[in-house]
Design a protein around this ligand. Structure first.
Ligand SMILES: *Cc1c(COP(=O)(O)O)cnc(C)c1O
Length: 394
């Protein structure tokens, strides 16, 4: 062989039998078959054999299988992010003329997809009160093809009665999809509580270090798997094996990170309830959070993200100054990494509640809790004392 050919042809010259503790990073588009008769292009490679890198290399399939195992799912699809997971779930369950229900407290970009892409496709997405419970039955129409739950809700943290919503929705033959990102797929057992499709942004707790974007869509029935798989194949939701490798590493420390974050975050949240500047702390494990009793009933723990509502004696500018004055807490989107974050939500649209400019969403990281409280204290103090008068707040 010419050396040009030798360079190109695959060879395995390294000794075999390398027993490391990590999953190798497999990079591939093309997968080769032994014989023409073996060629297939199925996405379900665990059954049909490897076909094409687009449907997952062994690194991605290992990650999907681990998530499925942790969540008690039949199968977990690994996709490029939480947002891609929404697209996959909508497009596999809705078509032109379909009606879908989404809580008012859903993650903002999910609502944006509902009002943008889906509206354009003739799919109606209707908002509903997250605390509706079994009352969801009254909103289900003959053309309702999917009901979403997200618990706790993004930013305002309302805990939903997921079992009641699932029971009422299933009675009409409609599946329920859950955004289980807050619970990292572990603090809330989606399938045991009746959910049919569970997604999470691995970007948050599984990644755990603010350095990757990935998502999963998990299903617990063969029919659900085929339904999602057919659209998964058409959408081309390829993921990087390097990111999957980082997520697999993140899984190894997920247990200890979540345990530490729960304690540290509760410490910070309880301390905030004692500060005169703060009207309400919205943390599912505190009784001030709407749906707290449901959290107690259904969850096995709480996570690192919560919100605080300033007294309405504070202006939006003062709340902004508080966030700007923080040193350890960085101003940034996303959460679940090692760094503490804070962010004002200036235009928080929630029917019946106007939090405009007074709500700060906090993510506690792995810094020392004493340092974090000291940082919050110095920035609160810089605001000066709250005025005694002011409008009452609801
Ligand atoms: C961040 C987030 C997502 C989206 O995840 P990306 O990977 O950033 O697209 C979805 N749902 C919730 C609740 C989130 O917080």
């Amino acid at each position: 062989m010419h050396w040009h050919s030798r360079l190109v042809q695959p060879q395995s010259l390294a000794p075999t039998g390398f027993k490391s503790l990590t999953t190798p990073v497999h990079r591939a588009s093309t997968v080769v078959f032994d014989r023409q008769v073996d060629v297939n292009d199925g996405w379900r490679q665990a059954q049909t054999g490897y076909s094409y890198g687009l449907y997952g290399t062994p690194t991605a399939l290992e990650l999907g299988a681990r998530i499925a195992q942790i969540e008690g799912a039949l199968h977990s699809f690994v996709v490029p992010g939480g947002q891609a997971a929404f697209a996959l779930i909508y497009l596999s369950h809705c078509q032109t003329g379909s009606h879908t229900l989404l809580p008012h407290t859903a993650y903002g970009p999910n609502k944006a997809m509902a009002q943008g892409l889906l509206k354009g496709l003739g799919i109606e997405v209707e908002g509903y009160d997250p605390l509706i419970g079994a009352g969801i039955a009254a909103l289900i129409r003959p053309n309702t093809s999917l009901v979403w739950v997200e618990s706790p809700g993004s930013v305002t943290m309302e805990v939903q009665d997921v079992p009641a919503i699932c029971a009422a929705t299933h009675a009409r033959g409609v599946p329920v999809a859950l955004d289980n990102t807050y619970a990292a797929g572990v603090l809330f057992d989606a399938f045991a509580h009746g959910v049919d499709i569970s997604m999470q942004a691995l970007t948050k707790y599984v990644g755990g270090h603010s350095d990757l974007l990935l998502g999963t869509v998990s299903v617990n029935s063969e029919a659900g798997c085929e339904r999602v798989g057919a659209i998964y194949k058409q959408l081309g939701l390829a993921v990087s094996p390097d990111d999957c490798s980082l997520a697999l590493r993140g899984l190894q420390t997920l247990g200890v990170r979540l345990a530490h974050l729960e304690t540290a975050t509760l410490d910070v949240a309880r301390w905030l309830t004692e500060q005169p500047e703060i009207a309400t702390v919205l943390h599912p494990a505190l009784s001030s959070c709407p749906g707290h009793a449901l959290w107690q009933r259904d969850f096995t723990g709480s996570a690192s993200v919560f919100s605080v509502l300033f007294n309405d004696t504070y202006s939006a500018q003062q709340v902004e100054a508080f966030v700007d004055g923080l040193q350890l807490f960085k101003i940034g989107m996303s959460w679940g990494g090692v760094t503490s974050l804070a962010l004002v939500y200036p235009e928080l649209v929630r029917p019946g509640a106007d939090h405009a400019g007074r709500l700060v969403r906090i993510n506690v990281g792995l810094e020392d809790v004493g340092d974090l409280k000291a940082d919050l204290a110095q920035s609160l103090q810089a605001l000066g004392h709250p005025r005694a008068e002011g409008r009452p707040h609801g």
